[in-house]
Design a protein around this ligand. Structure first.
Ligand code: NAP
Length: 244
């Protein structure tokens, strides 16, 4: 059992990938730090993990703010005595809008949420984890990380940028012991976002046509445990019957 910390940035409602990652890593014995912008959500999730015997702390922060991200890493270090062993950057609210209806604010918001926030997290993670001996840093991507399709063009620009960030960090910090991976989630996650915002699509796809967030979390745990002679940089995951 590990005794170190996992920091998950981008934890929302349940069911959802962020929450599944928190529960999975807590089950493995890590002290989980769950971060999202909505305090009651992350604190409620942390309380429920603690109630089932795990160690968890919820913390509300906005990852687009450099100061919030630094405070988050300070909190982990303060509570556990060392930087996290595992960090997941999971933030990513899709911007879904036809191009001519996008205003510059939407475009900038998409960039800030994925690229700028990912930059802050990457800088804190590499700056603290590398001197402490390394660890694992995973970025969550989407179909839009590789395909730019309307009405997801702004989101695709942001997710392509995040993927580039992950690849650059992997090449710079991999040789220093930081395993950086990018997970391309190619399909709809059976979580609150899809079930509440796209109920008709979720219904049409059915449980078998969407990705189960707990199953995705299993793959993240595997990435964290890979032997350093065989590290994955890019992992793509999709339902077995997805056409792609
Ligand atoms: N949902 C899908 O079908 C789908 C498909 C493919 C890929 N993905 C990717 O998978 C990841 C997780 O998606 P999910 O839908 O399952 O959501 P989730 O993991 O349940 O929650 C992610 C949460 O991140 C939080 N967040 C947003 N902006 C933030 C910020 N600036 N700082 C800190 N936290 C922030 C939001 O909660 P608050 O609003 O409370 O902060 C959001 O609910 C995302 O990267 C997404 O792009 C999702």
């Amino acid at each position: 059992m590990e005794t170190r910390a996992a920091l998950i940035i981008g934890v929302g409602a349940e069911p959802g990938l962020g929450a599944s990652l928190c529960r999975r890593f807590a089950r493995e014995g890590l002290h989980v730090f769950a971060c999202g912008r909505t305090a009651p959500r992350v604190e409620g999730l942390a309380a429920s993990i603690r109630a089932s015997g795990g160690r968890a702390t919820g913390f509300a922060a906005d990852a687009t703010r450099a100061g919030d991200v630094a405070t988050l890493f300070d909190l982990v270090q303060g509570e556990t005595g060392s930087p996290p062993a595992l960090v997941v950057f999971n933030v990513g609210n899709a911007v879904v809008r036809p191009f001519l209806e996008l205003d510059p604010d939407h475009f900038e918001q998409a960039f800030r949420t994925s690229c700028l926030a990912g930059f802050h997290v990457g800088q804190q993670a590499a700056g603290r984890m590398v001197p402490a001996g390394g660890g694992t840093l995973v970025f969550t991507g989407a179909t839009a990380s590789e395909k730019a399709r309307p009405p997801f063009t702004a989101f695709a620009v942001a997710k392509h940028g995040l993927r580039a960030l992950a690849h650059g960090l992997a090449r710079e910090f991999g040789p220093q012991g930081l395993h950086v991976a990018h997970v391309l989630v190619d399909g709809l996650i059976a979580g609150d976002q899809a079930l509440s915002r796209m109920p008709a699509l979720a219904d049409r796809l059915g449980a078998d046509g969407m990705l189960d967030p707990d199953a995705i979390a299993d793959s993240y745990w595997h990435l964290h445990n890979q032997h350093r002679s065989a590290w994955t940089l890019e992992l793509d995951l999709r339902p077995y019957r997805e056409s792609f």
